[in-house]
Ligand binder design. Structure first.
Ligand code: UT7
Length: 330
């Protein structure tokens, strides 16, 4: 049992930062960024809240799916960069899209969020057959917690949203989700601090993997994340493909998390799969965290590259450190 993606939508901010624009804040250059990452430019939210980008992507997905918002049973919003600790982005989007009969919750699996959410949507649709549609919205504003003095991380990310309306179907679908929590310390951003009114002394034996960092600012150990990514990507594919009894030769399109072209090329080599089977959008979107896979899928569908009946491998990896793969028929 699987799902059918009925319609997709996207929103990316109008503001675009080129590699050269970063020279305003940091010592960098276009050549370094292009050769080390493959990124040329990335959209960055100026005034747009995260939920607003999600709402516009969701409305386009609903329109393209040709469904009534009242028939949506569940809204899942994937985000690591929510506008609020509460309410959830999903509740805001549920209201804004008129999905008056839907439950709503956020799912944070960082850059693997869309893979986790599609799999979660499928399980809801399978166990509650009265539920007609699930709306999955991936919306991210990484720029809100980037440290624009850290040239090793701030050049990597972009902002944007993509959404999918999915329904129950008997199409091929397998998934494998994973997490290597011991690597959480390599990519994180703090959310809250203890209020001085209730602050107490920590016991002497208390330790934490997470070094003190400025509040909200993204900390990244690029080399460790890179090492993780180049093994997580092929591993996620192989775990999900094994469940489907398929190999890389059966896959029409690989749609990996768009973090860095070198990560994708190294993983393609490990899988012995040709790069021209990989959908690449990171050159113009950068790494948009959980929005990166659906933005890439949406663009490939819009261009007529991904067609109905084809077999896709969606592969995510990111903070957590999480990873996951889906093999599905489009
Ligand atoms: O969703 C997951 C998100 N995270 C990732 O995907 C990150 C994975 N890691 C990476 O993609 C790479 O590790 C980076 C792109 C972040 C860095 O590439 P690298 O080849 O590992 O470079 P490096 O950190 O070893 O740095 C090499 C040099 C250093 O200078 P020195 O010490 O050799 O003089 C850096 O200071 O490049 C320097 N550098 C830069 N130079 C110009 C680092 N960032 C920049 C920059 N512009 N933006």
């Amino acid at each position: 049992m699987g799902i059918n993606i009925l319609g997709m939508g996207k929103y990316v901010p109008e503001q675009v930062l080129t590699n050269d624009d970063f020279k305003r804040f940091i010592d960098t250059n276009d050549e370094w960024i292009r050769t080390r990452t493959g990124i040329v430019s990335r959209p960055m939210a100026g005034w747009e809240p995260t939920w607003y980008m999600g709402k516009l992507a969701a409305l386009q997905a609903i329109e393209r799916a040709g469904i009534a918002p009242e028939d949506i049973g569940l809204v899942i919003s994937t985000t690591a960069t929510a506008d609020f600790h509460t309410p959830s982005m999903a509740s805001v989007i549920q209201y804004e899209t008129g999905a008056v009969n839907a439950g709503a919750f956020d799912l944070n699996a960082a850059c693997t969020g869309f893979v986790y959410a599609l799999d979660t949507a499928r399980r809801f649709l399978e166990t509650d057959r009265t539920m007609k549609y699930v709306l999955v919205v991936a919306n991210e504003s990484l720029s809100r917690f980037l440290d624009f003095t850290d040239r090793g991380s701030c050049i990597l990310f972009g902002d944007g949203a993509a959404a999918a309306v999915v329904e129950y179907s008997d199409k091929l679908f397998t998934s494998a989700l994973g997490s290597q929590g011991e690597g959480g310390k390599y990519l994180y951003a703090r959310s809250m601090q203890i209020a001085p009114e209730v602050q107490t002394e920590a016991p002497e034996d208390f330790t934490s993997d997470y070094a003190e960092t400025p509040l909200h600012k993204l900390f990244q150990n690029g080399k460790e994340v890179y090492k993780f990514a180049v093994q997580a990507l092929p591993k996620s594919f192989e775990l999900a493909a094994a469940k489907a009894g398929l190999t890389k030769d059966d896959i029409d399109w690989f749609i990996p998390h768009q973090a860095n072209i070198r990560i994708i090329e190294t993983a393609a080599k490990k899988l012995d799969a040709p790069m021209d089977k990989f959908i690449i959008t990171l050159d113009h979107y950068g790494n948009t965290s959980s929005a990166s896979i659906p933005l890439a899928l949406n663009e490939a569908v819009e261009k007529g590259v991904v067609k109905r009946g084809q077999k896709l491998a969606l592969i995510g990896f990111g903070a957590g450190l999480t990873y996951g793969g889906i093999i599905m028929e489009y």
